[in-house]
Ligand binder design. Sequence first.
Ligand code: HEC
Length: 184
Amino acid sequence: MTSGSFPVTSALLLGLAVCGVACGTEGSDSTSSSSSSGGAAAFDEAAVRAAAANHAQAGFTRVNQDPVPGSVHMGSTVNVWVNGAGLATYRGINPANPSSAVFPSGTIIVKEQTESSGTKGLTILAKADPGFDTDHNDWWWARTDAQGAVLGGFSGRVQFCLDCHAGVSTSDYVWGVATDNRTP
Ligand code: HEC
């Protein structure tokens, strides 16, 4: 991953600059920034992380009504927030009756992991332009703290996220929220 295309001003504004190079060097072999090696449109990771960290102010809609007990990700409970580009598609997924779905480029889905003490961290899915990761529907994956700084080097085409979400590849690697726990 390069930092060359990061808009420095927004990174500074959001305090993400502290992350710097260190956040990108702790990764394991299971991560890579992207399977594309040129050609694909640039993906503005910093802008996505900033929007995800500020989801409430950035116009995201919370999809679940009550906090969902956390299962596989960090946190006691989770909330799922989706931006305007992906909202209708997300609401079209019924985990009890999976059907095919295809999210448009520009979709950002944020899973917020919460404890009584506050937000513990985020997992983020963002749909890049075609060519970013052609074999896996061009999703960008990340785990961050509440401010959007990458944790453990997990950002890009993260294999361990993909391995598990492959269980729902027909609905574009997205699980969805139970229909009896939706916001209007
Ligand atoms: C062991 C399996 C597993 C792994 C590994 C995993 N996830 Fe998930 N993820 C799930 C399941 C199951 C759900 C839905 C149920 C829930 O929220 O607990 C989910 C939900 C999500 C959601 C909410 C959108 C949706 O699918 O409805 C996001 C965003 C997400 N995961 C991102 C990530 C990212 C990023 C990683 C890697 C850093 C990751 N996940 C790793 C199983 C996994």
